[in-house]
Design a protein around this ligand. Structure first.
Ligand code: SF4
Length: 378
């Protein structure tokens, strides 16, 4: 393992290798976060334009401060694909790194500093379960279903959607993608977040009675043929463990404690919460709304705590608090520590690619089809 020293040449040659073994992550574990700052900055400088670090809005401050770009998963993947960099280090979760790999240029390699950084929501839809669901829906016959998957899903599911004439959506364009899908089919299979699907459809005027939940652990998804035939939207039974924590009583309590406060929540929250809120917004939408509001505004935000705390710091003339006083942290994204980032970068300096994320070509091709459909619809 090369250790960065003052004598290290300003530019280092990092060879193209398919898979790095990585060296000795354990030795990084006992190093305090703060003493890693100088090493991370040095590795970042040495790699120069060959490197781009992406930091999701929900990422911890100690890591996100090193990011070249900060944003939501689609925007970050697009920015990385437009960069000259050979190495894309994604400080996010697994499906985000896959998305960056789907969009990357041929010479680029995507790295996830900790492979255990998954997403509880994306993990609730396993490709074999989704294939089984799709076969069952086809076997019913005459349902004319268009599959739509949220960005927060595996590359395999994005590819399945691409193969079956469907599209991907984000939390900010879901309504437009639903309209596109309804123009092509009679009903939508929405994966993997039931709350985003329900909130989107309801706001388009589809009554709750015309939505069914598909539970992959039950026969025929735990529903009936009659209910499927009467449904406009089939909602996969999945949820984000962070956003599902927000409850209607949190809205009532914050309104009592802060009269006049505006409640702004992410559409991954439960329908009962969204309906009580003043507004909904994607991560980017939330950020823009708070920033554009006048001094003195009060906001109770229903999303991951790192974004809420950052908005509070960046908007000291406003009150910005979490809708839930108990910390709502994305524990999987939190797995990416300064130690992981330093380890990944110093390995690159040493010529080794660790934790490479590679989506196989066939999956990548079809996932791109679904993604490009989405981009064409906007
Ligand atoms: S906040 Fe929820 S949806 Fe977003 S990455 Fe974390 S677990 Fe996944």
């Amino acid at each position: 393992m090369a250790v960065l020293t003052e004598n290290q040449p300003a530019s280092v040659r990092v060879p193209e290798i398919e898979k790095g073994v990585g060296c000795d992550f354990e030795s990084y574990l006992l190093v305090p976060d703060t003493s890693l700052d100088a090493r991370i900055a040095a590795a970042r400088d040495l790699l120069g334009e060959r490197l781009v670090i992406l930091g999701h809005h929900y990422q911890r401050d100690e890591v996100v401060k090193f990011a070249h770009f900060q944003g939501d998963s689609l925007k970050l993947s697009q920015q990385a694909a437009q960069a000259k960099a050979d190495f894309i280090v994604f400080c996010g979760v697994h499906f985000m790194a896959e998305s960056a790999d789907i969009l990357r240029q041929p010479h680029q390699q995507v790295i996830l500093p900790d492979l255990n950084a998954g997403c509880s929501l994306a993990d609730m839809a396993d490709i074999t379960q989704v294939e089984d669901c799709w076969e069952q829906l086809e076997a019913v016959g005459g349902l004319n279903v268009i599959p739509v998957t949220y960005m927060n899903s595996s590359a395999a599911i994005k590819a399945l959607v691409g193969r079956h004439d469907g599209a991907i959506c984000t939390s900010s364009n879901a309504a437009g993608i639903f309209r596109w899908a309804f123009a092509r089919g009679e009903r939508i299979l929405f994966l993997p977040d039931e709350h985003l699907g329900r909130n989107t459809a309801y706001r388009m005027g589809i009554p709750l009675e015309q939505m069914v939940v598909w539970d992959p652990y039950k026969e025929l998804g735990g529903t009936t043929l009659d209910k499927l035939r009467g449904a406009r939207v089939i909602l996969w039974k999945g949820y984000c463990s962070v956003h599902q924590r927000f409850l209607p009583e949190h809205v009532e309590r914050v309104r009592q404690q802060h009269p006049g406060i505006r409640v702004l929540v992410h559409p991954e929250c439960r329908w009962e919460v969204v309906e009580r809120a003043d507004d909904i917004g994607s991560t980017e939408g939330i950020r823009k709304k708070v920033e554009a509001s006048p001094a003195g505004s009060q906001w109770a935000i229903g999303t991951e705590i790192h974004l809420v705390n950052r908005l509070a710091k960046q908007n000291p003339d406003k009150l910005v608090i979490s809708l839930d006083p108990n910390v709502c942290v994305c524990t999987t994204m939190f797995r990416i520590t300064p130690q992981h980032l330093c380890w990944a970068l110093e390995n690159l300096v040493a010529g080794q690619v660790v934790n490479l994320i590679r989506v196989d070509e066939e999956t990548r091709r079809w996932a791109r089809v679904a993604l490009e459909r989405m981009l064409a619809i906007q």
